[in-house]
Design a protein around this ligand. Structure first.
Ligand SMILES: [Zn+2]
Length: 231
């Protein structure tokens, strides 16, 4: 037997020696897939294969604020990166050796970091505080406190309010990041008022696309009730 390149290949080769060689009279070859219980079946499931192959890590406390049924994929993706400090903010770019100015392009006075953008920065803080306080009072101004605040149990109609605040959160993070990119790469700026209007439009579009349920007030109706004060 040829020498195996790894321990797994050696095990595989040893295992093959325990099997008899294919013979035409024993029928044609078939694919069999080993499931979690170690049984060989003819059906293949990409989900269970992925579950068996991937590394399992403990669930993080923030996942329900980023991934939920009504999420907007592009907003969840940017928020997913933001909560893990993985957006290419200027402090990270400079740490990687890139010669970029450190200043935040939204307020000009601060240094661009995740903590600054979400939501220490005067510009983004005003947007987040104005939107979030229409659902629940006194929103916190840093990502980890925002997540705890969103997930905290609340009285009815908690379920609808919880969906709306999560959508507001991810839309605010997404559109603030988009504004930052627009100022850097296109030299185009919007006001914080225009960004609030964009958040509102994005959420209305998302809620309009949801099917209505069994006679109970829809999320869109609930949202309209919350945002009567929107300009
Ligand atoms: Zn700033």
């Amino acid at each position: 037997m040829r020498g195996a390149r790894s321990e797994e290949m050696e095990l595989f080769q040893t295992f093959l020696t325990t099997m008899s060689a294919p013979e035409a009279q024993r029928g044609t070859d078939i694919y069999l897939w080993r499931n979690r219980a170690g049984e060989y079946k003819r059906t293949f499931s990409s989900k269970s294969t992925w579950e068996q192959l991937r590394d399992h890590s403990p669930a993080v406390n923030w996942f329900k604020t980023v991934w939920f049924k009504e999420f907007v994929p592009r907003c969840s993706f940017i928020t997913w990166l933001a909560v893990q400090n993985r957006l290419p903010t200027k402090d990270r770019l400079r740490n990687w050796g890139l010669n970029v100015p450190a200043a935040c392009v939204l307020c000009i006075s601060g240094t661009e970091t995740h903590d600054h953008l979400f939501f220490d920065c005067e510009f983004s803080r005003d947007i987040w505080r104005d939107l979030a306080s229409r659902i629940w009072q006194n929103p916190p101004l840093d990502l980890s406190s925002v997540i705890t605040w969103i997930l905290q149990p609340r009285p009815s109609p908690h379920a609808s309010a919880s969906v709306i605040i999560k959508l507001l959160f991810q839309a605010a993070v997404y559109l603030i990041w988009k504004e930052r990119n627009s100022r850097i790469f296109k030299n185009i700026s919007s006001t914080s008022g225009a960004i609030r209007v964009s958040v509102d439009r994005l959420i209305r579009d998302r809620l309009l696309s949801l099917p209505s349920t069994d006679g109970s007030p829809s999320l869109l109706e609930f949202y309209f009730g919350c945002i009567k004060l929107f300009p």
